[in-house]
Design a protein around this ligand. Structure first.
Ligand code: 13P
Length: 341
């Protein structure tokens, strides 16, 4: 076990996760999502193959010093390595804290075919109690907001942000830091202005609800999208424009006491996700740490290198370690494109 500092309060935990350019590895893909990722490399998704893949990530050298927190799915927090060690203990031994996804996915909102409401509040207190005993120090809940012809509606935004705040309160009651994730999806042809508008409305609503439920902001992390044009819009904005619009939006809505903002990658390429984060940190100016909580943008290259073959383990670990390091540099504003070669 590596020596972790004493983490007595929620603020200690949140601050540790995002200290010194460290960020978060989102490895909490549900089994259906993991099957989708494995389909792309023609690997069958089974309990064992998911374990093998995640063990490769968690034992990579690049975990140490770059990854302050690792988000797990319910199956993974209970799993042991081939050698019989709990995966959570491997994560701890790398100086990273295990966390757990606690939402239960999406249902249509008011029978809408374009808007959703995240589920999972009913038995959340009991589940959090168990996860804490299994070693989790933090939790994640993802709300999904779609941009479309008549979306997002304020009703859908408010219902999702209300649920996020209720979740955050329950996580804190169980001594775990809540990551609140209001994700405005990149899917679609919308403009960056549309994304800015939906993001601003969502963050405003979120911080109102967090305040209403007396959630301790100093023991909370925010996981937002960046402000980009929709992925099917041919008019993409530059990296610096993404960075400055995102910073502008965050400065308007996020209170100073929040320890850290850890972005999702949302379908951006590995390098774009790193570039945007670096640009924001070079511009600076906010009171919070700005770092990463990437799923695809941290794992893509490792997955494509692994291909389900044991002989590719070390190359896959090198690919993952490289992305982890590049993103730590970006979270410190010290990345440049030539470091990629
Ligand atoms: P991506 O970085 O792949 O968007 O995943 C982050 C995540 O955890 C979404 O909930």
């Amino acid at each position: 076990m590596s020596l972790l500092p004493p983490l007595k309060s929620l603020n200690d935990i949140a601050t540790y996760i995002v200290a010194d350019g460290k960020g978060i590895l989102a490895a909490d893909e549900s089994n259906p999502t993991c099957s989708k990722r494995f389909d792309s490399i023609s690997v069958e998704s089974t309990e064992d193959s998911r374990r093998d893949y995640r063990e490769i990530l968690f034992t990579s050298k690049g975990m140490n010093g770059n990854i302050g927190g690792t988000i797990l799915f319910d199956e993974t927090i209970r799993q042991r390595s081939i050698g019989g060690v709990l995966l959570t203990d491997i994560i701890y031994s790398q100086g990273s804290l295990p966390g757990i996804k606690v939402d239960k996915g999406l249902n249509p909102f008011n029978e809408s075919d374009s808007e959703t409401l995240t589920q999972g509040l009913d038995d959340l207190d009991e589940r959090c109690f168990e996860y804490r005993k299994l070693g989790a120090k933090f939790t994640k809940w993802r709300a999904v907001i779609n941009i479309g012809a008549d979306a997002p509606t304020q009703e859908c935004i408010d219902a999702n942000m209300d649920a996020l705040a209720q979740y955050a309160k329950i996580a804190q009651k169980n001594n775990m830091v809540p990551i609140v994730e209001p994700e405005i999806l990149m899917d679609g042809e919308h403009s960056a202005e549309d994304c800015l508008n939906a993001s601003s409305r969502s963050l405003k609503s979120l911080f109102n609800f967090l305040d209403n439920y007396n959630v301790d902001i100093t023991g909370t992390l925010l996981k937002p999208n960046m402000i980009t044009a929709g992925s099917n819009n041919p008019d993409q904005i530059s990296e610096d424009e993404v960075a400055s619009l995102t910073l502008e939006c965050l400065k308007q809505h996020v209170p100073d006491g929040l320890p850290g903002i850890a972005f999702l990658s949302g379908g951006q390429s590995d390098i774009k996700a790193t570039h945007h984060l670096d640009a924001m940190n070079k511009m600076g100016g906010g009171p919070w740490k700005l770092t990463f909580s990437y799923g695809r943008a941290l794992q893509q290259s490792a997955l494509k290198t692994w291909l389900g073959k044991a002989e590719n383990k070390e190359a896959a670990q090198a690919a993952f370690s490289h992305r982890a390091l590049m993103n730590r540099l970006a979270a410190s504003g010290k990345w440049s494109p030539d470091l990629e070669n």
